[in-house]
Structures are given as C-alpha cells and as structure tokens.
Design a protein around this ligand. Structure first.
Ligand SMILES: Nc1nc2c(ncn2[C@@H]2O[C@H](COP(=O)(O)OP(=O)(O)O)[C@@H](O)[C@H]2O)c(=O)[nH]1
Ligand SMILES: [Mg+2]
Length: 440
C-alpha cells in the first residue's frame, strides 16, 4: 500500500512539473512576440535604426510597407493608432530628410562636375590663347588665303610640276596683295635656292615660301621695353578712320591692366568728336585724358600731357593725333611740329612713333606708310581690322617696304580686341593647309 502511494505521488509530481513547464514556455513565446512588435513600432517610428535604415532604398521600402494592406478586421487600440500616426509622421520626415540629402548630394555632384569642367577649360584655356590668335589671323587672312595662297596651292597641287612652274609662280605672286617687293623677294628666294629637280617637290617650294615670309616679317626689332623711360611717350599717327583712337583705347586698357599708370593726350583737335571719343575710351580703360580747345593747337595739348606725365609720375603717355588736315602737306607739317614739341616737353620723346594702318585697304596701306615715313620716323606699326574681310597679306609688303616691326594687330572694335603681333603664328595661319588650298 505504501509502495502504491509513493508511485502515485511521483506520477502527480511529474504531471505537475509537465504542466508548469508547458505554461512557462507559452508565457515566454508571448513575451517574445510583444518585444518584437515593440521593436517594430520603434523601428517604424524611426527611433531605432533598422538594418536597412541606411540603405538608399529605405524610403521606397518604408512606403511599400506603409501601403501594405492590413489584415481585414484588424483593429488596434487608440494608443496603437497614435503610435502609427506618429510613426508615419516621423517616417515622412525621415524620407524628406533623405530626399534633401539626395538633393544636396546631387547638387554637390553638379558643383564638382562644374569645377571639373572649369579646370578643364582653364587647362585648355592656356594654349587656347594662341589658338584664338591664330584663328583671328586666319579669319583676317581669309581674302589672302582665298586669293594668292589658293592659286599657289592649285599650281603646286598638280601631280606633275612642270618646268613652267617658275613663270606661273612669278605671275601669281605679283598679282597678290602682298606688294611687288615682297612678291619679288619670295620669288627670287624660290628660284635661287631650289634646284631644278627640287622645283617639282611642292613641299620644298612651300617650305621656302614660308621661310622667306617669316624672314620678311622679322625686321630685327628689339622687344618693346615700356619701362625704359618714365614716362614712356608713344605717338600714334595715321590717316583718318584707320583706328588710331580705338587702338589707343585698347592699349590704355591693356597696359593699365598690367599695372601701369597711363595718361592719354587728345591731340586730334581737328575733328570735333575726336576728343569726346578719346574721353570715352579713357573712361573705359580708367585712364585720364588731357584735352585742349576744339580747333586748338594739338602740339600744346601734347606738350601739357607729357609735362603732366613727368610731374605726376605716369608710366606711359599715349598721344592721339589728327589723320586729316586741309592738305596733306599741312598734316605732315603739323606732325613734325608735334614731334619737336614732344622733345621739348621731355628730351628723347617720343620714345616710339607708331603708324596705324587699316588692313582692309590692302595696297593703299603700303602707300600711306611710305608717304608718312618720308616725312617722319616710324618705329612701329599697328595693323587694324584684321577681323572681317581684311587683306592681311599686306603686312608682308609693309614690313618689307618699311623695315619696321608690326607691334599689334586689331581684331575687332572692342576693348580686348588687340593682339601682340606674332610673326610665327601669322605665317602659320597664312599658309595653313596651303598644300590643300586648291581644294578650298
Ligand atoms: N572691325 C574692326 N574695326 C575697327 C578696328 N579698329 C578700329 N575699328 C573701327 O574703325 C573705325 C575708325 O576708328 P577710329 O579709332 O575712330 O579711327 P581714327 O580716325 O584713326 O582715330 C571705328 O568705327 C572703329 O570702331 C578693328 O580692329 N576691327
Ligand atoms: Mg581718332
């Protein structure tokens, strides 16, 4: 009996233990579920970072989860609803923040790209200055290239260059706008330097033409040294309308931008509007202008300007002059007087006298230069209006005739449209693709 009672007790204890164990397991699983849903809610609310929070697609996934239909009949408590609303608001915020982050990142990317492009432009910009100058020369030389260069191209473009080539070369060169002297120099150079068999080689003929052209342009002038005198006095001369006043304005802008103190002298008192025109350029370039009375003595204006230049420590004084008087003799006499007065105002002045020539006038420019040179010393040339339909090849003729260096060329009407003359770039532009010029 005692033995049976013990067995019953053990069985009851085992049963009780089993029931307790089952209950405990049920309670644990309930606790886990509650914890999971709390975690979910916090994650939903954005308070806790979920594993995919940092992923770029998070807003899309969140939206999908929000849009997922809830099981039918699911009704949460009021607190659950408040939690959901708050969570939705926070998610919206987080999504907006991420959108803003995306916008910021995209903006920064664009800024980076722009910076990159600017760098590339800057890098390309350095050699582009030369390209630009060459392009400007090429444009200015369009007529010349389309004329005698193209005719030479046709002449040498033939498969077989016959013995007659020299005669034709002479004819083409002399009808070009480069002037008879330059034409003869080029012709003689080809004739005397190439042997009979070399005359059938177009490349050799072109090389000789290029070389002689470069030699003509190289008149052995020293580089311009504006610091040699203080003030450095520059006198500009040339017939009406060639671009003297415009060139003075461009030079003033160029040199004052380089840190020089520039003073302008309105020496064209013959034309009423000339002084006003120089004053406008003075304003544009930020340089003061010394002016006289309309119809007054140009020499006294220039004298005053140089004196002021000396007294007030100017680096450069640029003097404008008239391009036309009642007669040519009068004009030349007046220019000679201006020169004498410069010397009186400052011994040794003017330090340079530049003749301004309009490239579009072709052979006339050579004639003008010769006439002025007979009357007074010319130390440099500026060839304007090389842009547009200029007959730029005339530079060869002028340099050959005068043996004076071209210092600058004008390639437009604006302040920045002035370039230092580069003989190498000029020759390169003049004969570029010359071998194919017959195709043009
Ligand atoms: N296209 C072009 N026009 C120019 C250039 N230089 C001057 N000009 C124009 O030529 C005209 C006469 O210029 P101006 O300076 O008054 O000549 P000036 O009488 O010698 O002083 C003006 O309309 C200028 O704008 C140039 O390099 N290119
Ligand atoms: Mg003028």
């Amino acid at each position: 009996m005692v033995r049976e009672l013990v067995i019953l007790g053990v069985v009851a204890a085992v049963l009780l233990l089993a029931v307790w164990a089952l209950r405990r397991a049920g309670a644990r699983s309930q606790e886990g579920k509650t914890a999971d849903s709390a975690q979910d809610r916090l994650r939903d609310a954005g308070v806790v970072a979920g594993p995919d929070r940092d992923a770029r697609q998070a807003p899309t996934r969140e939206r999908k989860r929000r849009e997922r239909p809830r099981p039918a009949g699911h009704r949460g408590t009021r607190k659950d609803e408040l939690d959901r609303e708050r969570g939705a608001r926070l998610r919206e915020r987080a999504s907006q923040d991420e959108d803003e982050d995306d916008d910021r990142a995209a903006h920064e990317d664009r800024e980076d790209e722009a910076e990159h492009e600017a760098d590339a432009d800057r890098a390309a910009g350095e050699p582009a200055v030369d390209q630009d100058a060459k392009a400007a020369y090429k444009q200015g030389l369009a007529k010349t290239r389309g004329g005698f260069v193209a005719r030479l191209g046709k002449l040498f473009g033939k498969k077989q260059i016959d013995g007659d080539v020299l005669g034709q070369l002479e004819e083409v060169l002399f009808s070009a706008d480069i002037g008879p002297r330059a034409a003869d120099r080029i012709f003689q150079s080809v004739k005397s330097n190439l042997g009979r068999d070399e005359l059938s080689d177009a490349q050799k003929i072109w090389a000789r033409i290029r070389q002689t052209s470069a030699t003509i342009l190289d008149v052995g002038a020293r580089p311009l040294d504006l610091s040699a005198k203080k003030p450095f006095v520059l006198l500009t001369i040339g017939v009406n309308g060639v671009g003297k006043t415009t060139t003075i304005g461009k030079l003033a802008a160029l040199w004052s931008a380089a840190g020089r103190k520039v003073l302008l002298a309105a020496g064209d008192t013959f034309r009423a509007a000339a002084t006003e025109q120089l004053e406008i350029w003075g304003q544009r370039s930020g340089c003061p202008v010394v002016k006289g009375k309309p119809g007054g003595d140009p020499s006294s204006v220039i004298f005053d300007a140089i004196k002021r230049g000396v007294d007030e420590g100017y680096d450069i004084v640029i003097c404008d002059t008239a391009g036309r008087l009642h007669t040519k003799v009068e004009l030349m006499d007046e220019l000679k007087k201006v020169r004498r007065v410069c010397e009186k105002a400052m011994p040794g002045a003017p330090h340079e006298t530049w003749m301004v020539l309009d490239a579009t006038t072709g052979q006339n420019a050579i004639q003008q230069a010769k006439t002025f040179k007979e009357a007074m010393e010319i130390t440099g040339l500026v060839l304007t209006k090389l842009d547009g339909s200029a007959k730029g090849g005339v530079i060869l003729g002028i340099c050959d005739e005068l043996k004076v260096p071209v210092r600058y060329v004008g390639v437009g009407e604006q302040l920045a449209d002035l370039r230092e003359f580069d003989a190498q770039a000029f020759v390169a532009a003049l004969y570029e693709d010359a071998d194919h010029a017959d195709a043009a």
